[in-house]
Design a protein around this ligand. Structure first.
Ligand SMILES: *Cc1c(COP(=O)(O)O)cnc(C)c1O
Length: 381
C-alpha cells in the first residue's frame, strides 16, 4: 500500500512546476544568489513597494496589531474594512462591495452562494482556475463555450429557457491578456435573464483612464445584472479581493458567503494599505505610466517582429508552442538577467506553452528595451 512517500506519481520534467524561493525589491528579484530584472509580477503599478503604502500598513500594525483575530462574523470586522468597501465601491461605480480574503476565496464562495441545484452556469473555456473550481464545487450545472465565442454562448443560453442562469467570465484573461466583450455579455444576460459574474483581477489598475478596469472602460459599471470580482493581489500590490454589486446582492452575500464566515478576516493593516493605494494610484497617475510602458513594449516588439499575441493589457504572451522550447527560452532569459517564467499546460491549452511577460509602471525605458533585445536574441543560436 502507498504511504505519504509514494502517494503521488512522479511528474515528468517538462511538466514540473518550478517553485523556487525568491525575494522581491521593486522590479528586481533575487533567486539562487542572482539578481534578475522581474517581468513576472502582477504588481502592475509598483504599489507593493510604494513608501506611502508601506507606511500606512506599518502605522496600522502599531495601532491595531497584526492579525484580525477572527472571522468578520465573530469579532474580526474592523471598521476600516467597511471604510475600504465604501471607498472602493464608489470609485468602481457600484452600489456596494464586500472585502474578503483572496480572489480564489472570493470566487469559490461567490459561485457557491449564487448557484443552487436549478442554476446553469455558462463559462468561457479560458476562465481562471478559481472560477473553474468555483463552478465545479457549486451545486449548479456547468456549460462551457469556446473562448470569446458569444454566438456559441447565445445558443447554449437559448437551450436552457426558464432556468436560473449565470454567465461566468474573466474580464482580462490571465494567461493571454485579451479581454471579454463585457457589453456583448451584458446584452446576452439581458436577453436571457442571466447574471454576469465577471472576474477582472487583471483589469483593475490597468484599463480605463483612471484604472477602474474593464467595466468602467466599457461604461457598464454598476449594471444590475453585473457581479464583479476584483483582487488586491495584482495591481493593488497587496492581498484580498472584492465582490461588487447592488446593495441587495451584497447584503445577501453577507448572509450566505461561506468563505467570508469560515475564514479569518483580513488584517486591518492590509485594508489601510489598500485604501492608501487607491489614493496613490490616482494622484500619481500610475495607470497612465503603465499604459505608456505597454505602448513602448508593443512598438519595440513590432519593430523586431517578435511573436507577441495582441494585448492592450499588462500581460504580453510570447508564444513558443511546446513545453521544452518555452522552458529553454525562460532559461536563456535568466542567463541574460531576466525573470520571465514559462507557462505550460495544464495552465494553458496543449501546444500553447509560452513566456508570460508582465509589465509594470515602474519598469524604465531601458528595462523594456533590454528585454526586447533579449527576446529577439532567442531566435538566434
Ligand atoms: C490571480 C487571479 C485570481 C486569484 O486571486 P488571488 O487573490 O491571488 O487568490 C482570481 N482570478 C483571476 C482572473 C486571477 O488572475
Amino acid at each position: 500500500m502507498p504511504d505519504s512517500r509514494n502517494w503521488f506519481a512522479p511528474v515528468p520534467p517538462h511538466r514540473r512546476r518550478l517553485c523556487e524561493p525568491v525575494s522581491r525589491r521593486g522590479v528586481l528579484i533575487e533567486t539562487e544568489g542572482r539578481t534578475l530584472l522581474n517581468f513576472a509580477a502582477n504588481d502592475y503599478l509598483g504599489l507593493a513597494f510604494h513608501p506611502r503604502v508601506l507606511e500606512a500598513a506599518a502605522k496600522t500594525i502599531q495601532q491595531e496589531g497584526l492579525g484580525s483575530g477572527a472571522s468578520r462574523l465573530i469579532s474580526g470586522d474592523h471598521p476600516i474594512l467597511h471604510e475600504l468597501e465604501r471607498e472602493l465601491s464608489k470609485w468602481k461605480g457600484f452600489e456596494a462591495a464586500l472585502f474578503l480574503g483572496s480572489g480564489m476565496l472570493a470566487n469559490l464562495g461567490l459561485l457557491d452562494a449564487l448557484a443552487g441545484r436549478d442554476t446553469h452556469l455558462f463559462c468561457d473555456r479560458l476562465n481562471h482556475a478559481s472560477l473553474v473550481d468555483g463552478v465545479r464545487l457549486c451545486r449548479g450545472r456547468m456549460h462551457r463555450f469556446p473562448h470569446l465565442d458569444y454566438a456559441g454562448l447565445k445558443r447554449l443560453l437559448a437551450a436552457h429557457p426558464g432556468s436560473r442562469k449565470i454567465i461566468v467570465s474573466d474580464g482580462v484573461f490571465s494567461m493571454d491578456g485579451d479581454c471579454a466583450d463585457v457589453r456583448a455579455l451584458l446584452s446576452l444576460a439581458d436577453l436571457h435573464d442571466a447574471l454576469l459574474v465577471l472576474d477582472d483581477a487583471h483589469g483593475l489598475g490597468v484599463l480605463d483612464s483612471e484604472g477602474r478596469g474593464l467595466t468602467a472602460a466599457a461604461g457598464v459599471q454598476g449594471h444590475p445584472r453585473l457581479v464583479e470580482v476584483v483582487t488586491c493581489g495584482k495591481a493593488l500590490g497587496a492581498y484580498g479581493a472584492f465582490v461588487l454589486g447592488s446593495n441587495e446582492l451584497i447584503a445577501g452575500l453577507r448572509q450566505r458567503l461561506r468563505t467570508l464566515f469560515y475564514s479569518t478576516a483580513l488584517p486591518p493593516c492590509l485594508a489601510a494599505a489598500v485604501l492608501v493605494s487607491l489614493h496613490v494610484l490616482r494622484e500619481e497617475k500610475l495607470t497612465q505610466r503603465l499604459r505608456e510602458n505597454i505602448g513602448m513594449f508593443r512598438t519595440l516588439a513590432e519593430q523586431y517582429g517578435l511573436p507577441i499575441k495582441p494585448s492592450v493589457t499588462a500581460i504580453q504572451p510570447f508564444l513558443l508552442g511546446n513545453d521544452e522550447s518555452a522552458l529553454r527560452a525562460s532559461e536563456r532569459l535568466r542567463e541574460a538577467g531576466f525573470h520571465v517564467p514559462a507557462i505550460r499546460p495544464p495552465t494553458v491549452p496543449e501546444g500553447t506553452a509560452r513566456l508570460r511577460i508582465t509589465l509594470s509602471a515602474v519598469h524604465t525605458e531601458t528595462h523594456i528595451t533590454r528585454l526586447v533585445e533579449a527576446l529577439d536574441a532567442l531566435g538566434r543560436p
